[in-house]
Design a protein around this ligand. Structure first.
Ligand code: COA
Length: 162
C-alpha cells in the first residue's frame, strides 16, 4: 500500500512495506527515540509482518526513513485483535502528519485482515501519542502500573472497528 498524503510534506512522503535494507535505519530511529529501544532482532522478527511499514521522505541526503509502525494480528477467543506495537517518527519530521499517516495505514491493514479491535500500550505521560490515538478512536481501557522498566505506568487503549 503506497500513498501520497495531502497532509504531509510537499516532498511527498510515501508509506510502504518495510524491507530488510530499511532495518538499520529503523533501528537507529528506535534508539534515538525510546529510553528502552527494541533490539535489532525484534525488528527482524517482524520483517514479514504486513503491519510493519515505513514512511519514506525526502531529506537533505535524498530519501530517508522518516518513521515506522509495527502492528500485528493475534487470534483471541474467536476474534482477531490488532496490536500496535511500535510507532515512531524521526524528530525532524514530526508535526507533519506522518504519525497519523503511519497509524492509518497500520489500522487499515489490520482491519482489512479481520481485526475487530486494536489495542496498544502507551506511556501515561506521552501526551502527543495519546492525542494521536484518541483522534483515531482509541479509548483508555485500563492502566498497567509500572509497565515500563523506569516505573512509568502504561495506558492500555483500545479501538473497536466501526
Ligand atoms: C507520537 C508521534 C509518532 C507522532 O508523530 P507525528 O508525525 O509528529 O504526528 P502527526 O504530525 O501525524 O500528528 C498527528 C496528531 O498527533 C497529535 N500530536 C502530535 N504531536 C503532538 C504534540 N507535540 N502535542 C500534542 N499532540 C500532538 C495531535 O493530535 C496531532 O493531530 P493535529 O496535528 O491535528 O493536532 C511522534 O511524536 C513520535 O515519534 N514520538 C516518539 C515516539 C512515541 O512516543 N511513539 C508512540 C509510542 S506508544
Amino acid at each position: 500500500m503506497t500513498t501520497t498524503p495531502s497532509e504531509a510534506t510537499d516532498a511527498g512522503p510515501t508509506v510502504r512495506q518495510v524491507e530488510r535494507a530499511d532495518l538499520l535505519e529503523v533501528y537507529r530511529i528506535e534508539q534515538s527515540v525510546f529510553p528502552q529501544p527494541w533490539p535489532f532482532e525484534a525488528f527482524e522478527r517482524f520483517l514479514d509482518e504486513p503491519g510493519f511499514m515505513v514512511a519514506e521522505a525526502s531529506g537533505d541526503d535524498g530519501s530517508v526513513i522518516a518513521g515506522y509502525v509495527v502492528a500485528d494480528l493475534t487470534p483471541n477467543f474467536g476474534r482477531d485483535i490488532g496490536h500496535v506495537k511500535d510507532l515512531a517518527v524521526r524528530e525532524q519530521f514530526r508535526g507533519l502528519g506522518l504519525g497519523r499517516l503511519l497509524l492509518r495505514h497500520a489500522l487499515a491493514s489490520l482491519e482489512a485482515r479481520g481485526a475487530t479491535a486494536t489495542r496498544l500500550e502507551v506511556r501515561a505521560t506521552n501526551d502527543p501519542a495519546i492525542a494521536l490515538y484518541r483522534d483515531h478512536g482509541f479509548e483508555h481501557r485500563r492502566t498497567v502500573p509500572r509497565y515500563y522498566a523506569d516505573g512509568e505506568n502504561a495506558l492500555v487503549m483500545v479501538r473497536e472497528r466501526g
